[in-house]
Design a protein around this ligand. Structure first.
Ligand SMILES: Nc1ncnc2c1ncn2[C@@H]1O[C@H](COP(=O)(O)OP(=O)(O)OP(=O)(O)O)[C@@H](O)[C@H]1O
Ligand SMILES: [Mg+2]
Length: 326
């Protein structure tokens, strides 16, 4: 069973723009649809859609359209009543397929709601994996995820924790050195975390260098178990304390990269729930990512649309840092 916590959920609204966007111009649009989103919601939907038990914990007002959009979703939803409406994120797609995203910050979380969300997370005693995913709402303490990890660890020493976030919240988790089993940055997020944001493109283009950078993160932070580093069209690398692998999928026709990272994390978790070895978890991650980008909009692949046997995984020669002398 997998539980996800989404502190900053969103209604993802897709608009088809008539003509190319132009700064300062006027364009018509057609509404393509709304989807209940936020990274944790997407992961729970993918995992639940693969027939595994999943729970999504999130804040939302009881009658928010967000809650109605979740009716029929393949996971259990635990919505903690909040007062602020769920934010709306816009994806604008031009006729040529170029997409522009406009994300709202999200309203500040009430401290009482925050506490109820954490209580709900700690109360789920059957979880194998807890997934903390996405940005924090405006005004949250950047160390909120780090605090949640510490409380989870104290209450549930054996649970596995996966984190997919970026910037200050990710840096705070890594610095806190609490035990986190998996982080899933992309190349840009890892570069920023390592203090050299300009290196993101170079890491994305060079899987061996990317794996070395991920290894450096593990060497510097004893609490981290593994890094699933996604590299866009370049697939992904998985670096654990036991080894490193690269996973590559044959080229696919890309329709929308929205949700690719969430799908990749879901693939890893679905394989982990089946007790598959690390290289196979990587293959499932890359296969889920590739399936996600070949689907339109923010559609999350179903397990029938995913074929991990198409992914080639190869070990990378990345070793732990030499222990220092003396
Ligand atoms: N252009 C592409 N072609 C093929 N596969 C892709 C492409 N972009 C992404 N993928 C697949 O999706 C996975 C995740 O993509 P990416 O590295 O872009 O995640 P991300 O930046 O975290 O995404 P998100 O914006 O959803 O958080 C990749 O590992 C790969 O499997
Ligand atoms: Mg991502």
């Amino acid at each position: 069973m997998i539980i996800t916590l989404t502190l900053n959920p969103s209604i993802d609204r897709e608009l088809a723009v008539q003509g190319e966007l132009e700064r300062g111009g006027v364009r018509g649009y057609r509404r393509l649809g709304d989807q209940a989103g936020g990274k944790g919601v997407n992961v729970a939907r993918a995992v639940g859609g693969a027939g595994l038990e999943a729970v999504a914990i999130l804040p939302a007002p009881p009658h928010d359209p967000f809650v109605q959009l979740l009716a029929g979703a393949p996971m259990r939803v635990h919505a903690v009543p909040s007062s602020a409406p769920v934010r709306i994120n816009l994806t604008l797609t031009e006729p040529g397929g170029t997409t522009t995203k406009l994300n709202a910050a999200g309203e500040r979380l009430d401290l009482a709601v925050e506490e109820l969300l954490i209580d709900a997370l700690l109360a789920e005693r059957r979880a194998h994996w807890v997934v903390l995913a996405g940005s924090l709402p405006a005004g949250s303490d950047p160390s909120l995820y780090a605090q949640i990890v510490a409380r989870l660890r104290a209450a549930r020493p054996g649970v596995r924790i996966a984190v997919d976030t970026a910037g200050a919240p990710l840096a705070a988790i890594v610095r806190a050195d609490a035990r986190v089993d998996l982080v899933k940055p992309n190349a840009h997020e890892l570069a920023e975390l390592l203090g050299d944001a300009a290196e993101g493109d170079a890491l994305e283009a060079d899987p061996a260098a990317a794996a070395l950078a991920a290894r450096r993160l593990l060497d510097d932070h004893a609490g981290l178990g593994a890094v699933l580093l996604t590299l866009g069209g370049g697939g992904a690398v998985l670096v654990t304390r036991a080894g490193s692998w690269r996973g590559v999928h044959p080229p696919v026709a890309v329709r929308s990269t929205v949700g690719a990272g969430d799908s990749a994390l879901s693939g890893y978790l679905i394989a982990a729930e089946r007790d598959l070895p690390e290289p196979d978890r990587l293959a499932w991650a890359v296969a889920y990512g590739a399936a996600a980008v070949s689907l339109p909009g923010s559609e999350i692949p179903t397990i029938e649309q995913v074929d991990p046997s198409l992914v080639t995984t190869t070990p990378l020669p990345v070793t732990a840092a030499e222990p220092s002398e003396g």
